[in-house]
Design a protein around this ligand. Structure first.
Ligand code: F6P
Length: 548
């Protein structure tokens, strides 16, 4: 599809039909849907090797799914999937392919970008990175004083931090000998808290920056270098600093040895880059064999995504159901609730993946999108969140769909903990769906005197009908983590295609960066300020209270 033939999705008959369908079904309660059809779970779940999606606890009928898949067809989802897979330029504003899926392909594959097969390049860089990472994983890489490197610090932000950090945490049982740390924030606390525990002789820094121009990362890298040079010599830097970047010139200019630069390709977006050399920190943590298993998990999800019919396709269904609430119900947010301490950074990673991809109100051809697009993604690990914000999910006034991500098996031998954790997850999805009726509450309160009972009864009712997907994962293995991550990437892609968004650029984050650059010198000089009165006032106040 090109701009001349592109359709405005919200002006299509199927869009109107979906609005009509929402109006006709909006008072339907999921409790009734379950009562009416004992086979609802059977009909509304999909299980593939290692992962199950139960989407039955949603405000949908088979008609809803039929209409939503028609919407996907109207948006030419299949055509865009084919384009992505073939290496076509689908990131139109940056004139690039979006080919993170190629990173999961075997060496025998052939994926062409501008007439060039990129698979050999990918595997060359992957092998180089894995071979290097294994020396950290096995602690055979020696620092300048001859001692083995014990600690690896990833200096990166956004996509150069969140994915690798989340995965490194999720896969702790697979860690080798390296202690892997992550520093993202330019707030010196982040870096110094790590450095105070470390020894320059046994520490290696990975400067992870696709652009090698992100000021926060570069400042952290400069400070880390100064810290290192308190003990090491300039000539020792090569043993202790490496870079991952698609801008090797900038990395060399920074002082990184050209042999210590791991390349990454311009057709990999930052938030999709954990599979690439940006995953070097993760490779150091889990070693080659487990990193390859992670790639295989991603590939398995790709094969499911590209081959399963839309109605049996996990990422497609998740995307369609998300659109149902977001666009047709007007739900503003979407919660990601992993029932695993090891997945505590998953909400943050999905937040970037989804919000930086689809947080846009302009379509891929520059047109204004006159409907709600990307939701606010938020979340926290279960069960902790039950004791924090679940009150609002159960009895608040807002529609908040959610994903419950539930590993079935723990790596640790505390069965009672795992069973308590999982039963809580299942209980929450049941309570959110069913709610508690006035009649049920009245029975519980039958011993109370009339007035007290009448006041308490509505407060103890739960409206229910709060939707959730349950995503069961066999165990938090590298393979399953690959599946999970690729599943969300494809979900976000499908939503972007249907809304008509380019999910692979991020112009919205640039403006603030430009202003920050202008404001920084104004903080410490007495130049005349010419901003709005609020920003001027804040700068003035800072100037008068700041002690350098
Ligand atoms: O500011 C947003 C962003 O551009 C993200 O898209 C990206 O993941 C992050 O910054 C880091 O970028 P880089 O890897 O180029 O330092």
């Amino acid at each position: 599809m090109n701009s001349s033939s592109h359709i405005e999705i919200n002006h299509t008959p199927i869009w109107a039909q979906l609005h009509q369908h929402q109006r006709a079904t909006r008072y339907m309660h999921m409790r009734g849907l379950f009562d009416a059809d004992p086979l609802r779970f059977k009909k509304m779940h999909i299980a593939i090797d290692g992962i199950l999606l139960d989407y039955s606890k949603n405000r949908i009928t088979q008609d809803t799914i039929d209409l939503l898949t028609e919407l996907a067809q109207e948006a030419n989802l299949q055509g865009w999937m084919d384009k992505m897979r073939s290496g076509a330029i689908i990131n139109l504003s940056e004139k690039r392919a979006a080919l993170h899926i190629a990173l999961r392909q075997p060496e025998t594959a052939n994926v062409q970008v501008n007439g060039h097969n990129v698979i050999p390049d990918i595997h060359r860089e992957l092998k180089k990175a894995l071979a290097f990472a294994n020396t950290l994983y096995e602690q055979t890489h020696l620092g300048f004083s001859g001692q083995p490197i014990t600690d690896v610090v990833n200096l990166g932000i956004g996509g150069s931090d969140l994915g690798p950090q989340m995965l490194t945490q999720a896969l702790t049982p697979y860690h080798g000998k390296a202690n892997v740390h992550f520093v993202a924030n330019v707030d010196s606390t982040d870096l110094l808290e790590k450095l105070t525990q470390l020894n320059p002789q046994t520490t290696l820094f990975i400067i992870a920056s696709k652009s090698f121009s992100t000021p926060e990362t570069l400042l952290n890298a400069q400070t880390a270098r100064k810290w290192f040079l308190q003990q090491g010599q300039k000539s020792d830097i090569a043993k202790h600093f490496v870079a991952v970047s698609s801008n090797s010139n900038a990395a060399i200019e920074f002082g990184i040895d050209s042999n210590n630069i791991f390349a990454l390709f311009d057709w990999v977006g930052g938030r999709y880059s954990s599979w690439s050399t940006i995953g070097l920190s993760l490779m150091c943590a889990i070693g080659e064999q487990h990193f390859r298993a992670f790639l295989s998990g991603g590939l398995a999800m790709d094969e499911h995504f590209f081959n399963a019919p839309f109605k049996q396709n996990i990422p497609v269904l998740m995307a369609l159901i998300g659109i149902w609430y977001n666009t047709f119900y007007g739900a503003h947010s979407y919660a990601i609730i992993p029932y695993a301490h090891a997945l505590r950074r998953l909400p943050a990673h999905i937040q970037q993946l989804d919000m930086e991809s689809n947080g846009k109100q302009t379509g891929r051809y520059g047109e204004h999108l006159d409907f709600d697009t990307g939701p606010i993604i938020w979340g926290e690990e279960g069960v902790n969140c039950q004791h924090a914000f679940f009150q609002l999910l159960h009895q608040g006034s807002r529609l908040i769909p959610s994903d419950f991500i539930i590993p079935i098996n723990s790596h640790y031998q505390f069965a009672e903990h795992q069973e308590t954790l999982v039963s809580n997850a299942f209980a929450q999805t049941e309570a959110l769906m069913k709610g508690k009726t006035a009649a049920e509450v009245l029975t519980e309160l039958s011993d109370l005197p009339g007035i007290e009972r009448d006041q308490l009864m509505p407060q103890k009712c739960f409206p229910g009908n709060q939707p959730s997907n349950s995503i069961l994962i066999e165990k938090l293995t590298p393979f399953n983590m690959g599946q999970l991550l690729a599943m969300y990437e494809h979900k976000v892609f499908v939503q972007g295609i249907i809304w008509g968004i380019n999910s692979f650029d991020q112009w919205g984050v640039e403006y603030g960066k430009v202003l920050a650059k202008q404001i920084q010198p104004e903080l410490t000089t007495d130049s005349v300020l010419q901003r709005d009165s609020s920003t001027n006032g804040l700068i003035q106040y800072f100037r008068s209270h700041y002690k350098k």
